[in-house]
Design a protein around this ligand. Structure first.
Ligand SMILES: COC(=O)COc1cccc(COC(=O)c2cn[nH]c2)c1
Length: 249
């Protein structure tokens, strides 16, 4: 997968050189390119923003640098941008976007080419998204109902969530199976040695070796946690998921 990120703070994305994503880049599982938007300006001050038409506080990101940066990325795309061909996906982190979730992460992990546009200030001139939709499948995406100062933090979160789903990026693909949201429920509590710590014991059932009992314990913990912490997820579950622990007996 090729990933391009455009930002006025490219150093913000240095964290993507670390850990598993960094390893995936070194192993050529991910071709990640970070672009400085200011490299696509032509004035002495490398200006990227200006005052908003219609008035209001703050500044808006100018369209010209974005247009040049995105045109360059589209021409370098490994995905044919013929009208009938797949288009690269341009993700624009925004409080006004569709909510990013594990389902979207799996969908985006299938893409051959993802580009991320990091907005700052009050946002990017809307004409940029219209212009970009010729060469890209443009997706405003929110990572949550709060406002950040820019898209870079959202890109770090999304690249990690997407990157870890790409085959070969994490060592043991089994660990993707039982994690939170993989089956619509939150994950169960985990424990490791020592068996007693600060006077606190590991739940006895986990030491029993009885795999049926352990599976039921874990399932019940998942249901209990989801019901108390995320009741909104419970309503989305179908009966088979809720009753699955019965079949484990
Ligand atoms: C067309 O889209 C844009 O112009 C985006 O512009 C901006 C402006 C300020 C901040 C951000 C970063 O995204 C978030 O704050 C965000 C994402 N998820 N939850 C909060 C983006």
């Amino acid at each position: 997968m090729r990933i391009d990120v455009v930002s006025i703070f490219p150093e913000y994305l240095a964290a993507l050189d670390l850990s598993l994503i960094g390893k995936a880049r070194r192993e050529k599982l991910l071709d990640l390119n970070v672009h400085d938007l200011r490299d696509y300006t032509h004035d002495r001050h490398r200006t990227v923003d200006d005052t908003p038409y219609g008035g209001g506080a703050g500044m808006v990101m100018k369209p010209e640098p974005w247009g040049a940066a995105l045109a360059r990325i589209a021409t370098e795309s490994p995905v044919s941008n013929a009208p009938l061909g797949d288009k690269p996906i341009l993700i624009v982190p925004s409080p006004a976007g569709a909510v990013f979730d594990q389902e979207m992460a799996y969908e985006l992990a299938e893409a051959q080419h993802l580009a991320f546009a990091c907005g700052r200030y009050e946002g990017i001139d809307e004409r940029v998204l219209e212009y970009a939709s010729e060469a890209f499948d443009v997706r405003p995406v929110s990572i949550g109902d709060y406002v950040l100062n820019g898209g870079e933090v959202a890109v770090l979160a999304m690249v990690e969530a997407i990157g870890r789903l790409i085959p070969g990026v994490i060592g043991n693909p089994e660990s993707l199976i039982e994690e939170s949201h993989s089956d619509g429920l939150l994950e169960y509590p985990v424990y490791t040695k020592p068996g007693t710590w600060e006077g606190r014991e590991v739940p006895e059932v986990l030491l029993s070796g009885n795999h049926g009992k352990i599976a039921r314990f874990r399932r019940n913990k998942q249901l209990e946690r989801t019901a108390t912490r995320r009741p909104d997820l419970i309503v989305q579950l179908d009966a088979s998921t809720l009753n699955r622990h019965d079949r484990d007996t």
